[in-house]
Design a protein around this ligand. Structure first.
Ligand code: FES
Length: 108
């Protein structure tokens, strides 16, 4: 599996999200403290970028700004309606200060 470096960890403010294109996937990368999470950027309810939503650090979730569904950053599973379908989650890690994402082999 190959990892793609998308940015420096220092480019992401703690508690923030940013959208990156990794191959053919749009990925929302979220920083919580010094940990990073990566989930499919597109809300499963409608075509809305999750990276534009609010990061809920205490619950490790991100909230879609359009209708308020909250997605787990660990599993991609919606925790609240109206979304009912999970979004993809990807492996994210920090290597030498760079955020790396793996999308190969991940469920779409
Ligand atoms: S578009 Fe995301 S909850 Fe409706």
């Amino acid at each position: 599996m190959s990892a793609v470096a998308v940015c420096k960890l220092s480019d992401l403010a703690p508690g923030s999200a940013a959208k990156f294109q990794v191959g053919d996937r749009a990925v929302a990368v979220v920083r919580l403290g010094d940990d990073v999470y990566a989930i499919g950027d597109m809300c499963s309810h409608a075509e809305i970028s999750l990276a534009d939503g609010e990061v809920l650090a205490d619950d490790c979730e991100i909230e879609c700004w359009k209708h308020g569904s909250r997605f787990s950053l660990k599993t991609g599973v919606p925790q609240t309606l109206p979304a009912t379908v999970p979004v993809a989650v990807y492996i994210a890690r920090v290597v030498d200060g760079m955020v790396e994402i793996e999308t190969e082999g991940a469920a779409a």
